[in-house]
Design a protein around this ligand. Structure first.
Ligand code: NDP
Length: 445
Protein backbone atom coordinates (compact mmCIF):
# COMPACT_ATOMS: atom_id res chain seq x y z
CA UNK A 1 0.00 0.00 0.00
CA UNK A 2 1.13 3.55 -0.78
CA UNK A 3 2.86 4.91 2.37
CA UNK A 4 0.75 8.12 2.46
CA UNK A 5 -2.44 6.10 2.35
CA UNK A 6 -1.14 3.57 4.89
CA UNK A 7 -0.81 6.32 7.49
CA UNK A 8 -4.41 7.40 6.92
CA UNK A 9 -5.58 3.78 6.94
CA UNK A 10 -3.83 3.10 10.26
CA UNK A 11 -5.58 6.09 11.84
CA UNK A 12 -8.94 4.86 10.57
CA UNK A 13 -8.31 1.39 12.04
CA UNK A 14 -7.22 2.83 15.39
CA UNK A 15 -10.30 5.07 15.59
CA UNK A 16 -12.66 2.18 14.89
CA UNK A 17 -11.39 -0.68 17.07
CA UNK A 18 -12.94 -4.12 16.88
CA UNK A 19 -14.63 -3.54 13.52
CA UNK A 20 -12.85 -6.28 11.56
CA UNK A 21 -15.03 -6.29 8.46
CA UNK A 22 -14.87 -2.49 8.20
CA UNK A 23 -11.06 -2.64 8.49
CA UNK A 24 -10.98 -5.26 5.75
CA UNK A 25 -13.14 -3.22 3.37
CA UNK A 26 -11.17 -0.01 3.97
CA UNK A 27 -7.81 -1.76 3.49
CA UNK A 28 -8.92 -3.38 0.26
CA UNK A 29 -10.02 -0.04 -1.20
CA UNK A 30 -6.91 1.84 -0.03
CA UNK A 31 -4.67 -0.77 -1.67
CA UNK A 32 -6.07 0.30 -5.05
CA UNK A 33 -5.85 4.05 -4.61
CA UNK A 34 -2.13 4.86 -4.62
CA UNK A 35 -1.94 5.68 -8.36
CA UNK A 36 -5.00 7.96 -8.14
CA UNK A 37 -3.31 10.10 -5.50
CA UNK A 38 -0.21 10.46 -7.68
CA UNK A 39 -2.42 11.97 -10.39
CA UNK A 40 -4.72 13.91 -8.06
CA UNK A 41 -2.81 15.50 -5.16
CA UNK A 42 -5.93 17.59 -4.46
CA UNK A 43 -7.60 14.49 -2.98
CA UNK A 44 -4.95 14.32 -0.24
CA UNK A 45 -5.00 18.09 0.35
CA UNK A 46 -8.79 17.93 0.63
CA UNK A 47 -8.62 15.09 3.19
CA UNK A 48 -11.02 13.12 1.01
CA UNK A 49 -10.03 9.71 2.38
CA UNK A 50 -10.26 10.81 6.02
CA UNK A 51 -13.73 12.22 5.35
CA UNK A 52 -14.82 9.21 3.33
CA UNK A 53 -14.02 6.83 6.19
CA UNK A 54 -16.02 8.81 8.73
CA UNK A 55 -19.77 8.30 8.20
CA UNK A 56 -21.80 11.49 7.97
CA UNK A 57 -24.15 10.09 10.62
CA UNK A 58 -24.47 6.84 12.62
CA UNK A 59 -27.70 5.97 14.36
CA UNK A 60 -27.99 3.13 16.91
CA UNK A 61 -31.32 2.48 18.56
CA UNK A 62 -33.33 0.13 20.75
CA UNK A 63 -35.97 -2.03 19.06
CA UNK A 64 -38.42 -3.41 21.66
CA UNK A 65 -41.14 -5.83 20.54
CA UNK A 66 -43.38 -8.60 21.88
CA UNK A 67 -43.06 -12.21 20.70
CA UNK A 68 -45.93 -14.66 20.21
CA UNK A 69 -45.54 -15.97 23.77
CA UNK A 70 -46.05 -12.45 25.13
CA UNK A 71 -42.38 -12.05 26.13
CA UNK A 72 -40.62 -8.72 25.70
CA UNK A 73 -37.71 -8.85 23.25
CA UNK A 74 -35.05 -6.17 22.81
CA UNK A 75 -32.89 -5.88 19.68
CA UNK A 76 -30.46 -3.27 18.44
CA UNK A 77 -31.10 -1.25 15.28
CA UNK A 78 -28.53 0.53 13.12
CA UNK A 79 -28.50 3.00 10.25
CA UNK A 80 -25.15 4.30 9.05
CA UNK A 81 -25.52 7.24 6.67
CA UNK A 82 -22.10 7.12 5.13
CA UNK A 83 -21.83 9.52 2.23
CA UNK A 84 -24.32 11.76 0.40
CA UNK A 85 -21.98 13.42 -2.12
CA UNK A 86 -23.81 11.89 -5.09
CA UNK A 87 -27.38 11.69 -3.78
CA UNK A 88 -29.52 10.60 -0.83
CA UNK A 89 -28.03 7.80 1.28
CA UNK A 90 -29.03 4.50 -0.31
CA UNK A 91 -28.46 0.94 0.83
CA UNK A 92 -30.22 -2.04 2.32
CA UNK A 93 -31.28 -3.21 5.76
CA UNK A 94 -29.95 -6.53 7.04
CA UNK A 95 -31.73 -8.57 9.74
CA UNK A 96 -29.36 -11.29 10.95
CA UNK A 97 -28.02 -12.20 14.41
CA UNK A 98 -24.45 -11.43 13.29
CA UNK A 99 -25.22 -7.75 12.58
CA UNK A 100 -23.11 -5.25 14.52
CA UNK A 101 -21.75 -1.77 13.87
CA UNK A 102 -18.60 -3.03 12.11
CA UNK A 103 -20.63 -5.10 9.65
CA UNK A 104 -23.04 -2.26 8.91
CA UNK A 105 -20.05 0.07 8.36
CA UNK A 106 -18.29 -2.31 5.99
CA UNK A 107 -21.49 -2.66 3.99
CA UNK A 108 -22.12 1.09 4.00
CA UNK A 109 -18.54 1.86 2.96
CA UNK A 110 -18.72 -0.58 0.03
CA UNK A 111 -22.08 0.88 -0.92
CA UNK A 112 -20.55 4.33 -1.55
CA UNK A 113 -18.35 3.01 -4.38
CA UNK A 114 -20.96 0.59 -5.72
CA UNK A 115 -23.57 3.31 -5.99
CA UNK A 116 -21.09 5.65 -7.67
CA UNK A 117 -20.28 2.95 -10.23
CA UNK A 118 -23.93 2.64 -11.27
CA UNK A 119 -23.82 6.23 -12.56
CA UNK A 120 -27.10 6.94 -10.72
CA UNK A 121 -27.61 9.86 -8.28
CA UNK A 122 -27.38 7.87 -5.03
CA UNK A 123 -25.12 8.15 -2.00
CA UNK A 124 -24.11 5.29 0.30
CA UNK A 125 -25.65 3.97 3.51
CA UNK A 126 -26.63 0.70 5.18
CA UNK A 127 -28.56 -0.47 8.22
CA UNK A 128 -30.09 -3.40 9.97
CA UNK A 129 -30.53 -5.22 13.22
CA UNK A 130 -29.25 -8.23 15.13
CA UNK A 131 -32.84 -9.56 15.02
CA UNK A 132 -32.99 -13.18 13.79
CA UNK A 133 -36.04 -13.66 11.56
CA UNK A 134 -35.48 -17.41 11.29
CA UNK A 135 -38.33 -19.38 12.85
CA UNK A 136 -40.33 -16.24 13.63
CA UNK A 137 -44.03 -16.04 12.74
CA UNK A 138 -45.45 -13.43 10.37
CA UNK A 139 -46.92 -11.61 13.35
CA UNK A 140 -43.55 -11.44 15.08
CA UNK A 141 -41.85 -10.20 11.91
CA UNK A 142 -44.52 -7.51 11.53
CA UNK A 143 -44.27 -6.31 15.13
CA UNK A 144 -40.48 -6.20 14.89
CA UNK A 145 -40.60 -4.22 11.62
CA UNK A 146 -43.14 -1.78 13.07
CA UNK A 147 -40.97 -1.15 16.11
CA UNK A 148 -37.84 -0.78 13.96
CA UNK A 149 -39.56 1.82 11.77
CA UNK A 150 -40.95 3.67 14.79
CA UNK A 151 -37.40 4.96 15.31
CA UNK A 152 -36.02 4.78 11.75
CA UNK A 153 -38.74 7.00 10.23
CA UNK A 154 -37.12 10.12 11.77
CA UNK A 155 -33.98 9.64 9.73
CA UNK A 156 -35.20 8.59 6.27
CA UNK A 157 -37.07 10.17 3.36
CA UNK A 158 -36.99 10.24 -0.43
CA UNK A 159 -34.48 13.12 -0.44
CA UNK A 160 -32.58 12.00 2.69
CA UNK A 161 -32.05 8.28 2.99
CA UNK A 162 -33.77 5.46 1.09
CA UNK A 163 -33.37 1.96 2.60
CA UNK A 164 -34.05 -1.34 0.79
CA UNK A 165 -33.64 -5.06 1.56
CA UNK A 166 -30.59 -7.23 2.22
CA UNK A 167 -30.13 -10.51 4.12
CA UNK A 168 -33.34 -11.30 6.03
CA UNK A 169 -35.23 -8.35 4.52
CA UNK A 170 -37.32 -9.04 1.43
CA UNK A 171 -40.70 -7.95 0.07
CA UNK A 172 -42.62 -8.99 3.19
CA UNK A 173 -40.44 -6.93 5.54
CA UNK A 174 -40.37 -3.90 3.20
CA UNK A 175 -44.18 -4.04 3.21
CA UNK A 176 -44.41 -3.92 7.01
CA UNK A 177 -41.78 -1.18 7.18
CA UNK A 178 -43.54 0.92 4.52
CA UNK A 179 -46.92 0.49 6.21
CA UNK A 180 -45.57 1.76 9.52
CA UNK A 181 -43.76 4.70 7.87
CA UNK A 182 -47.00 5.75 6.17
CA UNK A 183 -48.96 5.39 9.37
CA UNK A 184 -46.56 7.49 11.45
CA UNK A 185 -45.94 10.23 8.90
CA UNK A 186 -49.37 10.31 7.23
CA UNK A 187 -47.55 10.48 3.88
CA UNK A 188 -47.72 8.06 0.96
CA UNK A 189 -44.07 8.67 0.15
CA UNK A 190 -43.29 5.88 -2.33
CA UNK A 191 -39.69 6.98 -2.76
CA UNK A 192 -38.77 6.37 0.90
CA UNK A 193 -38.10 2.64 0.47
CA UNK A 194 -37.29 0.43 -2.50
CA UNK A 195 -38.08 -3.23 -3.03
CA UNK A 196 -41.80 -2.49 -2.61
CA UNK A 197 -44.60 -4.72 -3.95
CA UNK A 198 -45.55 -4.13 -7.58
CA UNK A 199 -49.09 -2.91 -6.81
CA UNK A 200 -47.88 -0.25 -4.36
CA UNK A 201 -44.93 1.44 -6.01
CA UNK A 202 -42.40 -1.34 -6.58
CA UNK A 203 -40.49 -1.94 -9.79
CA UNK A 204 -40.62 -5.01 -11.94
CA UNK A 205 -37.20 -6.75 -12.07
CA UNK A 206 -36.17 -5.39 -8.63
CA UNK A 207 -36.46 -8.85 -6.99
CA UNK A 208 -34.40 -10.43 -9.78
CA UNK A 209 -31.98 -7.55 -10.26
CA UNK A 210 -29.02 -8.42 -8.03
CA UNK A 211 -28.77 -12.04 -9.17
CA UNK A 212 -29.43 -11.22 -12.81
CA UNK A 213 -26.96 -8.34 -12.68
CA UNK A 214 -24.22 -10.53 -11.20
CA UNK A 215 -24.60 -12.99 -14.06
CA UNK A 216 -24.68 -10.22 -16.69
CA UNK A 217 -21.45 -8.76 -15.25
CA UNK A 218 -19.82 -12.20 -15.19
CA UNK A 219 -20.93 -12.88 -18.75
CA UNK A 220 -19.22 -9.64 -19.84
CA UNK A 221 -16.01 -10.76 -18.11
CA UNK A 222 -16.22 -14.17 -19.84
CA UNK A 223 -16.66 -12.45 -23.21
CA UNK A 224 -13.24 -10.78 -22.82
CA UNK A 225 -11.79 -14.32 -23.06
CA UNK A 226 -14.06 -15.40 -25.91
CA UNK A 227 -16.30 -17.39 -23.52
CA UNK A 228 -19.88 -17.22 -22.26
CA UNK A 229 -22.12 -18.98 -19.71
CA UNK A 230 -23.09 -21.54 -22.36
CA UNK A 231 -21.92 -24.96 -21.16
CA UNK A 232 -20.33 -23.70 -17.92
CA UNK A 233 -20.56 -25.73 -14.72
CA UNK A 234 -21.60 -23.27 -12.04
CA UNK A 235 -21.63 -23.47 -8.26
CA UNK A 236 -23.58 -20.88 -6.26
CA UNK A 237 -23.52 -20.28 -2.51
CA UNK A 238 -26.66 -19.19 -0.67
CA UNK A 239 -30.26 -19.88 -1.63
CA UNK A 240 -31.82 -16.50 -0.92
CA UNK A 241 -32.88 -13.66 -3.18
CA UNK A 242 -29.53 -13.12 -4.89
CA UNK A 243 -28.65 -16.81 -5.26
CA UNK A 244 -32.00 -17.94 -6.68
CA UNK A 245 -32.05 -15.23 -9.33
CA UNK A 246 -28.40 -15.78 -10.23
CA UNK A 247 -29.18 -19.47 -10.75
CA UNK A 248 -32.19 -18.64 -12.93
CA UNK A 249 -30.23 -16.22 -15.12
CA UNK A 250 -27.12 -18.42 -15.46
CA UNK A 251 -29.26 -21.40 -16.52
CA UNK A 252 -31.17 -19.11 -18.91
CA UNK A 253 -27.81 -18.39 -20.56
CA UNK A 254 -27.05 -22.08 -21.02
CA UNK A 255 -25.06 -22.94 -17.89
CA UNK A 256 -25.73 -25.85 -15.55
CA UNK A 257 -25.86 -24.76 -11.91
CA UNK A 258 -25.06 -27.94 -10.00
CA UNK A 259 -25.16 -26.72 -6.40
CA UNK A 260 -26.30 -24.09 -3.93
CA UNK A 261 -26.27 -23.80 -0.14
CA UNK A 262 -27.78 -22.33 3.01
CA UNK A 263 -26.17 -21.89 6.40
CA UNK A 264 -26.92 -25.57 7.27
CA UNK A 265 -25.57 -27.38 4.19
CA UNK A 266 -25.71 -27.65 0.42
CA UNK A 267 -27.43 -29.59 -2.35
CA UNK A 268 -25.81 -31.14 -5.39
CA UNK A 269 -28.10 -31.58 -8.41
CA UNK A 270 -25.98 -32.57 -11.39
CA UNK A 271 -28.93 -32.19 -13.79
CA UNK A 272 -29.10 -28.49 -12.92
CA UNK A 273 -31.05 -26.86 -10.09
CA UNK A 274 -34.84 -26.81 -10.56
CA UNK A 275 -35.34 -23.09 -9.92
CA UNK A 276 -39.12 -23.25 -9.61
CA UNK A 277 -38.86 -25.94 -6.93
CA UNK A 278 -36.17 -23.95 -5.14
CA UNK A 279 -38.35 -20.79 -5.22
CA UNK A 280 -41.34 -22.76 -3.91
CA UNK A 281 -39.34 -24.13 -0.97
CA UNK A 282 -37.40 -20.98 -0.07
CA UNK A 283 -39.72 -18.12 -1.01
CA UNK A 284 -43.23 -19.57 -0.65
CA UNK A 285 -42.83 -22.18 2.09
CA UNK A 286 -39.86 -20.46 3.77
CA UNK A 287 -38.38 -23.92 4.22
CA UNK A 288 -34.82 -25.23 4.33
CA UNK A 289 -32.66 -26.40 1.45
CA UNK A 290 -32.72 -29.92 2.86
CA UNK A 291 -36.41 -30.12 1.80
CA UNK A 292 -35.27 -29.97 -1.87
CA UNK A 293 -33.59 -33.38 -1.61
CA UNK A 294 -36.82 -35.18 -0.74
CA UNK A 295 -38.71 -33.62 -3.64
CA UNK A 296 -36.38 -34.30 -6.56
CA UNK A 297 -34.53 -37.42 -7.65
CA UNK A 298 -30.76 -37.79 -7.94
CA UNK A 299 -30.04 -34.99 -5.50
CA UNK A 300 -27.54 -35.17 -2.67
CA UNK A 301 -27.85 -32.99 0.42
CA UNK A 302 -24.61 -32.46 2.32
CA UNK A 303 -25.10 -31.45 5.94
CA UNK A 304 -22.53 -28.81 6.86
CA UNK A 305 -19.38 -28.70 4.73
CA UNK A 306 -18.61 -26.15 2.07
CA UNK A 307 -20.12 -25.81 -1.37
CA UNK A 308 -16.64 -24.68 -2.51
CA UNK A 309 -15.44 -28.29 -2.18
CA UNK A 310 -17.15 -28.92 -5.54
CA UNK A 311 -15.55 -28.36 -8.95
CA UNK A 312 -16.86 -25.52 -11.07
CA UNK A 313 -15.81 -23.41 -14.03
CA UNK A 314 -17.76 -20.43 -12.67
CA UNK A 315 -18.29 -19.66 -8.97
CA UNK A 316 -20.98 -17.23 -7.83
CA UNK A 317 -20.74 -16.59 -4.07
CA UNK A 318 -24.16 -15.17 -3.14
CA UNK A 319 -24.51 -15.79 0.63
CA UNK A 320 -22.47 -13.57 2.94
CA UNK A 321 -19.11 -11.94 3.72
CA UNK A 322 -15.90 -13.98 4.05
CA UNK A 323 -17.55 -17.26 3.04
CA UNK A 324 -14.82 -18.22 0.52
CA UNK A 325 -11.29 -18.38 1.92
CA UNK A 326 -7.82 -18.80 0.41
CA UNK A 327 -7.81 -22.60 0.66
CA UNK A 328 -11.19 -22.88 -1.05
CA UNK A 329 -10.02 -20.46 -3.74
CA UNK A 330 -6.86 -22.51 -4.37
CA UNK A 331 -8.91 -25.71 -4.63
CA UNK A 332 -11.33 -24.13 -7.11
CA UNK A 333 -8.46 -22.83 -9.22
CA UNK A 334 -6.74 -26.24 -9.25
CA UNK A 335 -9.99 -27.80 -10.46
CA UNK A 336 -10.49 -25.64 -13.52
CA UNK A 337 -12.13 -22.41 -12.38
CA UNK A 338 -12.42 -19.65 -15.02
CA UNK A 339 -14.41 -16.89 -13.34
CA UNK A 340 -15.86 -15.63 -10.07
CA UNK A 341 -18.74 -13.14 -9.88
CA UNK A 342 -19.50 -11.92 -6.37
CA UNK A 343 -23.27 -11.67 -5.83
CA UNK A 344 -22.75 -11.19 -2.09
CA UNK A 345 -20.83 -8.33 -0.48
CA UNK A 346 -17.17 -9.19 0.20
CA UNK A 347 -17.74 -12.99 0.14
CA UNK A 348 -14.11 -13.69 -0.76
CA UNK A 349 -11.48 -13.16 1.92
CA UNK A 350 -8.41 -11.11 1.07
CA UNK A 351 -6.43 -14.35 0.69
CA UNK A 352 -9.01 -15.71 -1.73
CA UNK A 353 -8.94 -12.56 -3.85
CA UNK A 354 -5.14 -12.78 -3.99
CA UNK A 355 -5.33 -16.41 -5.16
CA UNK A 356 -7.83 -15.55 -7.90
CA UNK A 357 -5.84 -12.56 -9.11
CA UNK A 358 -2.47 -14.32 -9.00
CA UNK A 359 -3.93 -17.21 -11.01
CA UNK A 360 -5.37 -14.96 -13.71
CA UNK A 361 -8.97 -15.94 -12.89
CA UNK A 362 -11.61 -13.43 -14.01
CA UNK A 363 -12.71 -11.89 -10.71
CA UNK A 364 -15.69 -9.51 -10.44
CA UNK A 365 -15.79 -7.90 -6.96
CA UNK A 366 -19.19 -7.46 -5.31
CA UNK A 367 -19.19 -3.70 -5.44
CA UNK A 368 -19.28 -3.95 -9.23
CA UNK A 369 -20.82 -7.35 -9.91
CA UNK A 370 -23.79 -7.06 -7.53
CA UNK A 371 -24.60 -3.39 -8.24
CA UNK A 372 -27.65 -4.39 -10.31
CA UNK A 373 -29.83 -4.49 -7.20
CA UNK A 374 -29.20 -0.94 -6.10
CA UNK A 375 -29.23 0.29 -9.71
CA UNK A 376 -32.74 -1.14 -10.13
CA UNK A 377 -33.69 0.43 -6.81
CA UNK A 378 -32.66 3.75 -8.37
CA UNK A 379 -34.89 2.87 -11.35
CA UNK A 380 -37.70 2.24 -8.85
CA UNK A 381 -37.08 5.72 -7.41
CA UNK A 382 -37.28 7.19 -10.93
CA UNK A 383 -40.61 5.45 -11.53
CA UNK A 384 -41.92 6.67 -8.16
CA UNK A 385 -40.84 10.25 -8.87
CA UNK A 386 -42.65 10.26 -12.19
CA UNK A 387 -45.60 8.18 -10.88
CA UNK A 388 -44.97 5.72 -13.67
CA UNK A 389 -44.32 2.00 -13.93
CA UNK A 390 -42.25 0.38 -16.61
CA UNK A 391 -42.62 -3.01 -18.28
CA UNK A 392 -40.45 -5.97 -17.30
CA UNK A 393 -38.72 -5.93 -20.69
CA UNK A 394 -37.87 -2.22 -20.54
CA UNK A 395 -36.60 -2.42 -16.95
CA UNK A 396 -34.51 -5.50 -17.69
CA UNK A 397 -33.05 -3.75 -20.71
CA UNK A 398 -32.05 -0.78 -18.50
CA UNK A 399 -30.49 -3.19 -15.97
CA UNK A 400 -28.50 -4.91 -18.71
CA UNK A 401 -27.26 -1.57 -20.07
CA UNK A 402 -26.21 -0.49 -16.57
CA UNK A 403 -24.35 -3.74 -15.85
CA UNK A 404 -22.55 -3.73 -19.19
CA UNK A 405 -21.67 -0.07 -18.52
CA UNK A 406 -20.26 -0.90 -15.07
CA UNK A 407 -18.23 -3.74 -16.53
CA UNK A 408 -16.84 -1.56 -19.30
CA UNK A 409 -16.00 1.32 -16.93
CA UNK A 410 -14.17 -1.01 -14.54
CA UNK A 411 -12.26 -2.59 -17.44
CA UNK A 412 -11.37 0.79 -18.97
CA UNK A 413 -10.25 2.22 -15.61
CA UNK A 414 -8.07 -0.81 -14.87
CA UNK A 415 -6.43 -0.45 -18.29
CA UNK A 416 -5.99 3.32 -17.84
CA UNK A 417 -4.17 2.68 -14.56
CA UNK A 418 -1.88 0.07 -16.10
CA UNK A 419 -3.44 -3.19 -14.85
CA UNK A 420 -5.85 -4.46 -17.53
CA UNK A 421 -8.28 -7.13 -16.36
CA UNK A 422 -8.00 -6.09 -12.69
CA UNK A 423 -11.67 -5.43 -11.91
CA UNK A 424 -10.90 -4.79 -8.23
CA UNK A 425 -8.66 -1.87 -9.17
CA UNK A 426 -11.11 -0.66 -11.82
CA UNK A 427 -14.09 -0.72 -9.45
CA UNK A 428 -12.30 0.93 -6.55
CA UNK A 429 -10.74 3.71 -8.62
CA UNK A 430 -13.81 4.24 -10.82
CA UNK A 431 -16.14 4.60 -7.83
CA UNK A 432 -13.70 6.61 -5.73
CA UNK A 433 -12.85 9.29 -8.29
CA UNK A 434 -16.51 10.07 -8.91
CA UNK A 435 -17.26 10.50 -5.21
CA UNK A 436 -14.02 12.37 -4.48
CA UNK A 437 -14.67 14.91 -7.25
CA UNK A 438 -18.19 15.55 -5.92
CA UNK A 439 -16.93 15.90 -2.34
CA UNK A 440 -14.31 18.47 -3.33
CA UNK A 441 -16.86 20.43 -5.39
CA UNK A 442 -19.20 20.63 -2.39
CA UNK A 443 -16.61 22.12 -0.01
CA UNK A 444 -15.55 20.95 3.43
CA UNK A 445 -18.60 19.03 4.62
P1 NDP B 1 -31.25 -13.60 1.73
O1 NDP B 1 -31.57 -13.37 3.16
O2 NDP B 1 -32.35 -13.64 0.74
O3 NDP B 1 -30.41 -14.94 1.56
C1 NDP B 1 -29.19 -15.12 2.20
C2 NDP B 1 -28.67 -16.52 1.90
O4 NDP B 1 -27.35 -16.64 2.38
C3 NDP B 1 -29.47 -17.61 2.58
O5 NDP B 1 -29.44 -18.78 1.82
C4 NDP B 1 -28.73 -17.78 3.89
O6 NDP B 1 -28.89 -19.07 4.48
C5 NDP B 1 -27.30 -17.60 3.45
N1 NDP B 1 -26.51 -17.03 4.56
C6 NDP B 1 -26.71 -15.86 5.20
N2 NDP B 1 -25.82 -15.69 6.18
C7 NDP B 1 -25.05 -16.79 6.15
C8 NDP B 1 -23.96 -17.21 6.91
N3 NDP B 1 -23.47 -16.46 7.93
N4 NDP B 1 -23.38 -18.39 6.59
C9 NDP B 1 -23.86 -19.15 5.57
N5 NDP B 1 -24.91 -18.81 4.82
C10 NDP B 1 -25.48 -17.64 5.10
O7 NDP B 1 -30.19 -12.45 1.36
P2 NDP B 1 -29.79 -11.88 -0.07
O8 NDP B 1 -29.83 -12.97 -1.07
O9 NDP B 1 -30.57 -10.66 -0.29
O10 NDP B 1 -28.28 -11.43 0.19
C11 NDP B 1 -27.16 -12.30 -0.03
C12 NDP B 1 -25.90 -11.47 -0.20
O11 NDP B 1 -26.06 -10.56 -1.30
C13 NDP B 1 -25.52 -10.58 0.99
O12 NDP B 1 -24.12 -10.49 1.05
C14 NDP B 1 -26.08 -9.22 0.60
O13 NDP B 1 -25.41 -8.16 1.26
C15 NDP B 1 -25.78 -9.22 -0.89
N6 NDP B 1 -26.56 -8.29 -1.67
C16 NDP B 1 -27.93 -8.34 -1.69
C17 NDP B 1 -28.64 -7.45 -2.47
C18 NDP B 1 -30.11 -7.56 -2.61
O14 NDP B 1 -30.65 -6.86 -3.49
N7 NDP B 1 -30.81 -8.37 -1.86
C19 NDP B 1 -27.96 -6.37 -3.23
C20 NDP B 1 -26.51 -6.47 -3.23
C21 NDP B 1 -25.86 -7.38 -2.45
P3 NDP B 1 -29.88 -19.25 5.74
O15 NDP B 1 -31.26 -19.16 5.14
O16 NDP B 1 -29.54 -20.60 6.26
O17 NDP B 1 -29.57 -18.16 6.70
Amino acid sequence: MDARLETIRDTVLARNPGEGEFHQAVTEVFESLGPVHDRHPEFLEGAVLERLCEPERQIIFRVPWVDDAGRFQINRGFRVEFNSALGPFKGGLRFHPSVNLGIVKFLGFEQIFKNALTGMPIGGGKGGSDFDPRGRSDGEIMRFCQSFMTELYRHIGEYTDVPAGDIGVGGREIGYLFGQYKRITNRYESGVLTGKGISWGGSLVRPEATGYGTVIFTQEMLKTRGQSFEGQRVVVSGSGNVAINAIAKAQGLGATVVACSDSSGYIVDEAGIDVELLRQIKEVERGRLKDYEARRSNVTYVDGGSVWDLDATVALPCATQNELDGDAAARLVRNGLLAVGEGANMPSTRDAVAVFQDSGILFGPGKAANAGGVATSALEMQQNASRDSWSFAHTEERLTEIMVGIHDRCAATAAEYGDPGNYVLGANIGGFVKVADAMLAQGLI
